[in-house]
Design a protein around this ligand. Structure first.
Ligand code: NAD
Length: 263
């Protein structure tokens, strides 16, 4: 694991949604160790403040903004606050997402769960780009990372039709955004995690049996860690990935490559 820093993100101002937990928090901490200034945005004010404090302890400048990414006004405020405080936006990590317990198969999923999932997972990313792209332009370019999921590429083994559809949308939006904004020095890539040992999935796979069932599909035979997603996000955020746009970086223990899982 990359623990201590390089100067990969020196002087870069990074906005991370869903910064209060899981991938967002791990990424904020890793980016802080690699020179970034952090703006963390989350609907959970307390968790978000805790991340901002952790980042400050690592010596990075930070700002916490409470947002619900499904609300356009909140996203606009997030970008305005970032430019007001730090003068620019260089990297936008559209990472906040939800997977609801009452998401289900197409026959039984309720409209309310479908709407909420689409609002956060699809509109959240779209609003991030709506306000983030003009800010990246003002900064002379930059990198956008959208968190999708392995379920955007392969059928999920558990019924979660709204979530799966929403992540497919994230992937297709990412490709179009990448093409449209390529000549503006704005790169847009997706990060597709496999199943992770974060709150989002562990509260969903809430029995050992469900966990084991999911692991059958992962050649590495274990859940991924948020810190492992942070490392991939660091690559996509920095100039290490300078010729990469419109890509889907699958960080999934081999899940999407597998046909039969080795014993
Ligand atoms: P997590 O639940 O640990 O953290 C998500 C954070 O997003 C939380 O702090 C939560 O408060 C915040 N959030 C939720 N709704 C929000 C909203 N409307 N506005 C602002 N913030 C909001 O989850 P995680 O595992 O770190 O997931 C991060 C991203 O990774 C999500 O987009 C998720 O779909 C995706 N993902 C996760 C897994 C997994 O196995 N955990 C797999 C593939 C993709």
């Amino acid at each position: 694991m990359v623990e201590r820093g390089s100067d990969l993100l020196d002087g870069r101002v990074v906005v991370i949604t869903g910064g209060g937990a899981g991938i967002g928090r791990a990424t904020a901490e890793l980016f802080a160790r690699n020179g970034a200034t952090l703006v963390v945005a989350d609907v959970d004010e307390e968790a978000n403040q805790a991340t901002a404090a952790a980042v400050a302890d690592l010596g990075a400048q930070s700002l916490a903004v409470t947002v619900d990414v499904s609300r356009e006004v909140d996203i606009e405020r997030m970008i305005v606050a970032t430019e007001a405080e730090f003068g620019r936006v260089d990297v936008l990590f559209n990472n906040a997402g939800i997977m609801l317990a009452d998401d289900a198969d197409a026959v039984s999923a309720e409209d309310d769960a479908i709407d909420k999932t689409f609002d956060v997972n699809i509109k959240g990313v779209l609003y991030g780009c709506k306000y983030g792209i003009p800010a990246l332009r003002r900064a002379g370019g930059g990198s956008i990372i959208n968190t999708a999921s392995f379920v955007a590429s392969v059928g999920a083994a558990t019924p979660q039709i709204a979530y799966t559809a929403s992540k497919g949308a994230v992937l297709s939006m990412t490709r179009e955004l990448a093409v449209i904004h390529a000549r503006e020095n704005i790169r847009v890539n997706a990060l597709s995690p496999g199943p992770l040992r974060t709150e989002l999935l562990m509260s969903y796979l809430d029995t050992d049996e469900k966990k084991q069932r999911r692991l059958v599909h992962v050649p590495m035979g274990r859940f991924g860690e948020a810190a492992e997603m942070a490392q991939s996000a660091l690559f996509l955020a920095s100039d290490m990935s300078s010729y990469m746009t419109g890509a889907n970086l699958q960080v999934d223990g081999g899940l999407t490559a597998a046909y039969v899982t080795p014993e």
